[in-house]
Design a protein around this ligand. Sequence first.
Ligand code: TYD
Length: 140
Amino acid sequence: MENVKIINFKINTDKYGKLTPIEQKIDIGFNIKRVYYIYEVEEGVRRGFHSHKKLEQVLICVHGKVKILVKTPNEEEIITLDNPSEGLYIGPNIWREMYDFEEGAVLLVLASDYYKVSDYIREYDKYEKYYKKSKKKEVK
Ligand code: TYD
């Protein structure tokens, strides 16, 4: 769907194990200004429930398994992340929810900008309006 894609990172495998490197602008399309990770999420917890006006992110489940719902007013998809060499790119204007965190799961997030409260839309109604308004602007 628009503004969402899976990125397969390189895996260097040798007798010592596996290593996956990620370089900004090379393996992901933006410069990384922030890294954070979500972990120790209890069973049944669902989080996210927001979209971003400008922020680009890549989500990587570096351990365990988690489901991600990505959604616009027109389409939605559920992606299971359970592979440390796979990233889920989520661009601007996409609603997301994260849930079904397996016990011990760690979700690493690479972000294109610093934490800015003003970039968040946290109510679905507002997101829908913002999305439709920005699509109208694109057509003009
Ligand atoms: P929140 O945005 O609610 O997490 P999610 O939407 O993924 O469920 O973030 C949880 C808390 O962490 C909230 O108090 C804001 C804070 N936070 C930061 O301070 N810096 C960050 O980069 C992020 C993503 C969150």
